[in-house]
Design a protein around this ligand. Structure first.
Ligand code: SF4
Ligand code: SF4
Length: 469
């Protein structure tokens, strides 16, 4: 006997044939069903449906065996994934504690400290030991900050020593999260060719007027024009290859710059950069290391609605878009499993990316140890949040326990939940509308797309963006 899976989201009737879309968060797939079929599912009468319909729904995990403990299976899949040997050893390195910018929402304390040579040596030993004790094929380094490019000499040293230690035949690649100020052409080329950087993420918080209210230098100077020029120069190079190194633009949003987002979307398109970047994405500002930077954030509902409007505008302007909904997420973040560690410029070792350079966490369990006091094979058995999935499965402490979106979300950020904030991503508020949008894109011909999108968006009201239960 089959039952309707708990992990589904159904739209209202979506077309004049009276059909609905049902989306399974366990498979990430969608099925179009008649309203009658949907009523049968709700009334637990799946066995009365035609065999073909049942098979189809079962294959997509919209129908599951009535005895299946779905939550237990989802968690067990996540655990299995965490234990499955990966080809990639992912490590995060913060080569310096310095950054030119003094963004008001930043929770880090920046100082002129750089990873010292003795720590670089220990870092290389640690990464090499990890690599050699697993079945890895390559190393991927996330170069984070503070501002990683201010520690470029340290990055070079790490790369050189790591190459020597792992052997030239082992690929070392990475991604960089940078404020973009030092991203001059020659540095970009070095990142792509020497560091094998496959993605660079730069933050622009709106057009200049808004961005510069968020992201000014420590001495109070503007930063937008410099960053944007660097970006344009790189993207317009004749040899720029968007497949080799993806350029991602992040936009942090709160009340202060929300009106600067749409002009930014338009500016990037006007300059023809929208077809060259990999993506432009939006994030609500949250409290970072207890700094309460979220005081002037939009409500989650408002943000979710605005975000959908921005995504629609991007489609209208011809941005590259993902074209699919969310897929199954088996590892929430580096804290919930896997071998990844983060090393800061003082040699501290963490398993979470939001801890370093802040006094707030100084005495917390997040600080696993230091490179100077541990050896290459010191293991840290009690990492914070390694029991996250177990907690989600066995307790009702967090709403993720009963959330239908758990398979595609993973609980978002365990640290945020522990600290008392509701960590749900925007799609917790927009998932139904997002499914409708996807349907509209798939069923609308190009000649009427603009009109249809405009019509779709004009129906939005804040009550469409409620927390999905
Ligand atoms: S963080 Fe929110 S959306 Fe994600 S699983 Fe938990 S309750 Fe669901
Ligand atoms: S616990 Fe939260 S902040 Fe830490 S790595 Fe995971 S998602 Fe990021």
């Amino acid at each position: 006997v089959l039952k309707l899976s708990h992990y589904v989201v159904a739209t209202d009737v979506i077309n004049d044939r009276g059909q609905r879309v049902i989306y399974s968060t366990r498979t990430g797939r969608r099925v179009l069903v008649s309203d009658t079929c949907y009523q049968y599912l709700l009334e637990s009468r799946a066995d009365e449906l035609p065999q073909k319909t049942r098979d189809d729904l079962q294959r997509n995990m919209i129908l599951v065996d009535e005895h299946e403990d779905e939550l237990a299976n989802i968690i067990s899949e996540n655990y299995t994934y965490g234990r499955t040997p990966q080809k990639r050893l992912y490590e995060v390195v913060q080569p310096t504690a310095m950054c030119q910018l003094g963004c008001y929402y930043c929770g880090q304390k920046h100082t002129k400290d750089y990873l010292a040579d003795d720590l670089i040596h220990k870092l290389v030993q640690r990464i090499t030991r990890k690599f050699n004790s697993g079945d890895y094929e390559y190393v991927h380094i996330g170069w984070f900050g503070a501002e990683p490019l201010m520690g470029l000499p340290q990055m070079r040293r790490i790369l050189k020593q790591l190459r020597a230690s792992l052997g030239e035949h082992i690929r070392i690649q990475g991604n960089v999260v940078t404020n973009g100020l030092s991203l001059k052409e020659e540095i970009f080329l070095e990142l792509v060719h020497d560091f094998n950087i496959t993605a660079i993420e730069i933050t622009l918080d709106g057009i200049a007027k808004y961005h510069d209210q968020h992201r000014y230098t420590k001495s109070g100077n503007n930063s937008f024009d410099l960053i944007y020029e660097n970006l344009k120069t790189i993207l317009r190079r004749a040899d720029f290859d968007p497949e080799k190194c993806k350029i991602v633009i992040r936009c942090n949003v709160d009340e202060k710059n929300v009106e600067g987002v749409e002009p930014l979307i338009r500016r990037i398109a006007d300059d023809g950069l929208h077809k060259l970047i990999d993506k432009l994405y939006f994030v609500g500002i949250y409290s970072w290391a207890g700094n309460q930077a979220d005081k002037i954030s939009l409500t989650k509902e408002e943000f979710a609605m605005r975000k959908m409007k921005w995504e629609i505008l991007k489609i209208q302007l011809g941005y590259k878009t993902a074209g699919k909904l969310y897929e199954r997420k088996r590892n929430t973040c580096i804290a919930t499993g896997g071998a990844t560690e983060l090393y800061d410029a003082f040699g501290n070792i963490y398993n979470c990316s939001e801890i370093s350079y802040s006094d707030f966490y100084e005495k917390s369990a997040y600080k696993l140890g230091t490179l100077s006091t541990s050896t290459a094979d010191t293991d840290f058995p009690d990492k914070p949040h390694h029991d996250w999935y177990q907690k989600v499965r066995d307790t009702e402490e967090f709403p993720c326990h009963s959330c239908k979106l758990l398979p595609i979300c993973g609980g978002s950020c365990p640290k945020a939940w522990e600290e008392g904030s509701k960590a749900c991503p925007p799609f917790k508020f927009s998932i139904r509308k997002e499914i409708e949008l996807m349907y509209l894109l798939e069923t609308t011909s190009d000649d009427v797309l603009h009109e249809k999108l405009a019509g779709f968006e004009s129906t939005f009201s804040i009550s469409d963006f409620k927390r999905f239960e």
